[in-house]
Structure formats: structure tokens, C-alpha cells
Design a protein around this ligand. Structure first.
Ligand code: FAD
Length: 381
């Protein structure tokens, strides 16, 4: 079925992004996988061609356009080449709403120009060693002392954890107040008492820096609180999570489509028993099933993108998109690997890298089980 999500300007933007990635990323990504990190220079080059912060007002260097289709173009192009090391979607899709929507004029002036230029890389630190799905179980505290908060605690699994300059840290400003006692503080690179732990060794996504963060009596100015008042952090997170989950769903469908396409080509050329493996009914049935499901996923996700643009994407619809597409992604990639036979297990074949990189998709951004909880709760039992 015809995809009708994009307009002419998105098509042109896609060409720019594709050209940038071919020049600045494709030749280097294998090395970054070995290094465990993407150099900051790439972020600046991406900033130069306008890849960050479309929704940032023009006076701060952005385009002033709130249209998630631009974000979608980037995610799709990055996934098409398997450049999972780039933490761009976390910066653009997840963090932009915090830095654009929850900042006052002073904060905007300090942070947004760097956000757009790629000189200030962002991250969000919710998860702790003892609390992931159960966000209210976090133990990091921020105690007000005059015009500072004194921040203490530890975070883990933080994407862009090594490269980030601005980290939105989720902390308890009133541990007795439950959801109403959580606030978001922006911790800046170089603040005394803020340190980073290991760049964690992962199953896949080897070029992406994922780190532990430590806060030891970090004095964070009250001017770094996001939102007008303390105690709103939990609700600010809940408001922004649908966009994060949609971004992951866009990624899931893009990977599934890419892997499926390359697998269909492979099945057309690989021979066994005197004919192409695509001639076996099993191969055709497997590919037919996956192709059907991926196309259905694509249309649901496109509808979610338009709903997000219209300010109507519900938490439940985003949860459906997130769990279903990411479970589909892992299935598609696994079945496609099987169709590659032994070559599918070799890292020089893109399907092998897609297989290890995909596994995390059903976990971060809220696990499949938590997504089903969100949907299940909507029945009002
Ligand atoms: C590569 C990577 C990058 C990440 N990036 C970030 C980041 O940038 N920032 C950040 O803050 N975090 C990040 N995370 C953390 C991620 O969001 C959490 O790992 C995830 O939310 C799950 O939390 P957990 O690991 O503590 O698992 P747990 O919450 O301990 O869950 C363990 C298992 O129990 C299940 N479970 C838990 N509660 C329920 C329930 N109520 N009902 C049914 N089942 C349940 C889960 O679904 C899961 O299967 C990242 C993680 C990874 C692996």
C-alpha cells in the first residue's frame, strides 16, 4: 500500500540526511563499534546541516517546526544503514521536548543553541541499579539548600552517558510525597561531584555509549530545575514518554523493513538443491508473513506520528506501538537470520548485527510487560 505520510520537504530532507550519513557515518561506523563510542565531532557536523532540534524556536538557532516526520526521516535513515551508535534519536526525539517545552527563557538561552549545533549532547537519567520499571522506587535525592539542590545518588544504563553535556536527572526532592516528590534537574558536564562510571559492555549497539553516572553532593543550581515548580518530574516524564516510545517504534519498523528487504534479495540469490532458497515454499511463507506484519505495523506507526503531530497521541496508543513493533522487530530479524543459514551468524552480514542490536528494543523505553500494563489498566478493571 502507498505510504502517504511525507510531503515534498521531508523527501528533500531525507536526501540531505542520507548524503550526510553516507559521507560522515558509513565509512567510520565499524571503527566506532570497536571504540565503543561515536566521536563528538560527528554530532557537530550533524548540527551544521540542521539535524537537531527542529522544534527549537528560530531565535535559539532551531527551525521552529514541530513536525515529528522530520525526526522520523532521521531515525529511518540511521536505521537503514544500521548506525545504532548514533545517539541522535535520544537527543532529538526524547530530550527535545524537555529542553524546548519545560525550560524558561534563561535556560533556553543557555542550552538551546548548543542543543541545535550538536555541541551540547543530552541524556536522561531515570534508571538506577535498584529501580528501572518502577520509577517511583528511585533513591537519588536532591535536597534544597538555599539556591542549590544537593544531589546524591547513582544512575545506570544511561544512553549518551559518556558523551553527554546536559543530563536530565530524575531525583526525589520530597521522598515522602510519592509521585509528587520527584523533580527533574539538569546536571552539566564538569559540575563538582558528578562523575561517570564504565562505558558498559553490551550485547549489541557497541558504538553507543551507555554508562553509569554518580552524583556525590553535586550542588545543582535551582536555576537548573526543569519546569516552573518542584515535584512535577513524574508527570513531566509521563507526558513525554509517548513520544519516546513512538521513536522506538519508528526505529523498530525501519529495522524490520530493512532486514526484510535484504533477506528477500539474499533468498533470491542463494542456491540450495539446484534452485534459489526463495523457491522453497517455506521461505516464501515466512517472508510473506513477515512482509504482511511489517506493512501493518508501518501503517499503525504512521498514524501515531500524525496523532503526535496533532497533539493527540495517547499513552495507551504509544504503548501499543512500542511493544508490538519491537516484538515484531525481534521476530523479523530472528527469522531473517535463519533464512541466511550460517552466513546469518557471521558479523559481516548486516542481519547478524541487526540481531544483536535489536534485542534491547523490547526492554528500554519501558519493557513489553510494562507497555501491556499501561494498555491493560485502560480497561478500568
Ligand atoms: C542499552 C540500554 C539503554 C538504556 N538507556 C537508558 C537511558 O538513557 N536512560 C534511562 O533512564 N534508562 C535507560 N535504560 C534503562 C531501561 O529503561 C530499563 O532497563 C528498563 O526500563 C527496565 O528496567 P530494569 O532494567 O530495571 O528492569 P526491571 O524493572 O527490573 O524488570 C525486570 C523484568 O521484570 C519485568 N517487570 C517489572 N515490573 C513488572 C510489572 N509490574 N509487571 C510485569 N512485569 C514486570 C520487566 O518487564 C522485566 O522483564 C537503558 C537500558 C538499556 C539496556
Amino acid at each position: 500500500m502507498q505510504r502517504d505520510l511525507f510531503e515534498e520537504e521531508h523527501v528533500l530532507f531525507r536526501e540531505t540526511v542520507r548524503e550526510f550519513l553516507a559521507r560522515e557515518v558509513v565509512p567510520h561506523h565499524d571503527r566506532w563499534e570497536k571504540d565503543g563510542i561515536v566521536p563528538r565531532e560527528v554530532w557537530k557536523r550533524a548540527g551544521e546541516i540542521g539535524m537537531f532540534g527542529f522544534g527549537v524556536p528560530e531565535e535559539y538557532g532551531g527551525a521552529g517546526i514541530t513536525d515529528f516526520r522530520y525526526n522520523t526521516v532521521i531515525v529511518e535513515e540511521v536505521m537503514r544503514i544500521g548506525a545504532t551508535g548514533l545517539g541522535f534519536s535520544l537527543h532529538n526525539d526524547v530530550m527535545a521536548p524537555y529542553f524546548v517545552g519545560l525550560t524558561d527563557d534563561g535556560q533556553k538561552a543557555r542550552w538551546l543553541p548548543g542543543f541545535v549545533s550538536g555541541e551540547l549532547i543530552t541524556a536522561v537519567a531515570m534508571t538506577e541499579p535498584g529501580a528501572g520499571s518502577d520509577l517511583q522506587g528511585i533513591r537519588t535525592t536532591a535536597v534544597r539548600e538555599g539556591d542549590h539542590y544537593v544531589l546524591n545518588g547513582q544512575k545506570t544504563f544511561i544512553t549518551n552517558g559518556v558523551n553527554s553535556d546536559l543530563v536530565v536527572v530524575v531525583a526525589k526532592t520530597d521522598p515522602e510525597a510519592g509521585a509528587r516528590g520527584i523533580s527533574l534537574l539538569v546536571v552539566e558536564r564538569g559540575m563538582e561531584g558528578f562523575s561517570r562510571g564504565r562505558n558498559l559492555e553490551k550485547i549489541g549497539m557497541h558504538a553507543q555509549d551507555t554508562a553509569e553516572l554518580f552524583f556525590d553532593n553535586v550542588r545543582v543550581p535551582v536555576a537548573n530545575l526543569l519546569g516552573a515548580q518542584e515535584g512535577q518530574g513524574f508527570f513531566q516524564l509521563m507526558a513525554n514518554l509517548p513520544q519516546e516510545r513512538l521513536s522506538i517504534a519508528v526505529m523498530a519498523v525501519a529495522v524490520a523493513e530493512t532486514v526484510l528487504r535484504t533477506t528477500i534479495e539474499y533468498c533470491g540469490s542463494r542456491k540450495a538443491f539446484g534452485r534459489s532458497i526463495g523457491a522453497f515454499q517455506n521461505t516464501r511463507f515466512v517472508l510473506a508473513e513477515l512482509d504482511t506484519e511489517v506493512e501493518i505495523a508501518r501503517h499503525y506507526v504512521d498514524k501515531c506520528i500524525l496523532a503526535l503531530n496533532a497533539g493527540e497521541l495517547s499513552a495507551v496508543d504509544a504503548a501499543k506501538a512500542k511493544w508490538w513493533t519491537t516484538e515484531l522487530q525481534t521476530k523479523v530479524v530472528d527469522r531473517c537470520l535463519q533464512l541466511h543459514g550460517g552466513y546469518g551468524y557471521m558479523m559481516e552480514y548486516p542481519v547478524a548485527k541487526a540481531w544483536i542490536d535489536s534485542r534491547v528494543q523490547t526492554i528500554y523505553g519501558g519493557t513489553t510487560e510494562i507497555m501491556k500494563e499501561i494498555i491493560g489498566r485502560s480497561f478500568g478493571f
